[in-house]
Write a protein that binds this ligand. Structure first.
Ligand SMILES: Cc1cc2nc3c(=O)[nH]c(=O)nc-3n(C[C@H](O)[C@H](O)[C@H](O)COP(=O)(O)OP(=O)(O)OC[C@H]3O[C@@H](n4cnc5c(N)ncnc54)[C@H](O)[C@@H]3O)c2cc1C
Length: 292
């Protein structure tokens, strides 16, 4: 099938883009890499009279250290650029490590950071990473700019806190300092497929080797990526090598409200896979925090 006819717009800057989105209303949609939107248009799962292409918006591209504590990544920066970036690798290792799990290199060479976050697939890696690291998302609309914490950005399956006339312009990732460990693990039936279930872990130990910061993210296990906040809180102050990784996996995934059940796996199966991914990611993150 082919997409329904649409009018193509290529604004020169972000203000013009949000002006178009506001003026054209429900009939308009932003398009970045097109790796999620184009298949939906081609299969006629979605149809828009106007597409507002973000490719000319240079202000939405780049990876920049902002002060000592933050790395800014422009929303239209491709996933492949993140994968190649030394800045991303050293300052936001979890993001860099998550990137090769996204589809295939052809997809990553066009797919963007902002597209992945705005599309908000529950099994996507970047929303889970943003949530785990407490990233802050920058948005622009004709009403001005605002910042949205990752925890408030993901509102449901394929839905976010962005208004229809609002563009994601960039993401601020905090740089975790000290003795830190980061890991992402996921299980997919074939390389490049969306994960059946996955987990992210970020942790930090203090001078006595006890955990003083801990974040566990889960994806593919509900309408949005989520944090296992009760499990995280229970681990603060503990010695990570004494913690039982399997038990952490079990507690992190218990009580999840709406785990999907479909032809790729039942809800109990996905939950077990999720627990195993948490345990694996936990062990790897602990090893890194303790031994580098
Ligand atoms: C075969 C295949 C396998 C894939 N596997 C994975 C995978 O394993 N993991 C994964 O995470 N993804 C996967 N993807 C999706 C891919 O990562 C997409 O690149 C990503 O989801 C969307 O990015 P995009 O730039 O292509 O966005 P587009 O497709 O252009 O847009 C997607 C949505 O985001 C909105 N949008 C885009 N940019 C902005 C912005 N700056 N502000 C506001 N709204 C915006 C669009 O309006 C649209 O609603 C896969 C895709 C394919 C085709």
């Amino acid at each position: 099938m082919k997409p329904a006819p649409f009018t193509y717009h290529a604004p020169a800057d972000a203000d013009e883009a949000v002006g178009l989105l506001a003026e054209l209303g429900d009939e308009a949609k932003a398009i970045a890499g097109g790796q999620s939107l184009v298949p939906m248009l081609a299969l006629r799962l979605a149809s828009f009279g106007h597409l507002v292409d973000l490719r000319r918006l240079d202000e939405l591209r780049g990876i920049e250290r902002r002060g000592d504590d933050t790395v800014w990544i422009g929303a239209a920066t491709t996933q492949a650029t993140v994968q190649r970036s030394d800045e991303a690798r050293t300052a936001v290792p979890l993001l860099a490590r998550a990137t090769p799990f996204i589809g295939h290199f052809q997809i990553r060479s066009r797919g963007t950071v902002g597209g992945s976050l705005a599309h908000a697939d529950s099994a996507a890696e970047y929303p889970a990473v943003a949530l785990t690291l407490d990233a802050e998302l920058e948005a622009l609309s004709p009403r001005g700019r605002r910042t949205i914490p990752a925890a408030r950005f993901l509102t449901g399956m394929w839905s976010t806190a962005l208004a229809d006339d609002e563009l994601l312009t960039g993401v601020n990732f905090p740089i975790w300092k000290g003795r830190c460990g980061f890991a992402i693990e996921e299980f997919a039936r074939r390389s490049g497929d969306f994960a059946i279930a996955g987990a992210t872990v970020a942790l930090r130990t203090d001078d006595d080797g006890r955990l003083d910061r801990c974040a566990i993210g889960l994806f593919g296990l509900g309408p949005t990526a989520v944090r296992a906040r009760d499990t995280e809180a229970a681990l603060i102050g503990s010695a990570p090598l004494e913690a039982d990784a399997e038990e952490i996996g079990r507690t992190a995934t218990e009580g999840l409200g709406s785990v999907p059940s479909d032809l790729h796996g039942s809800a109990p199966y996905r939950t077990r896979v999720g627990a195993a991914m948490v345990a694996r990611a936990w062990r790897r993150a602990v090893q890194e925090a303790l031994h580098g």
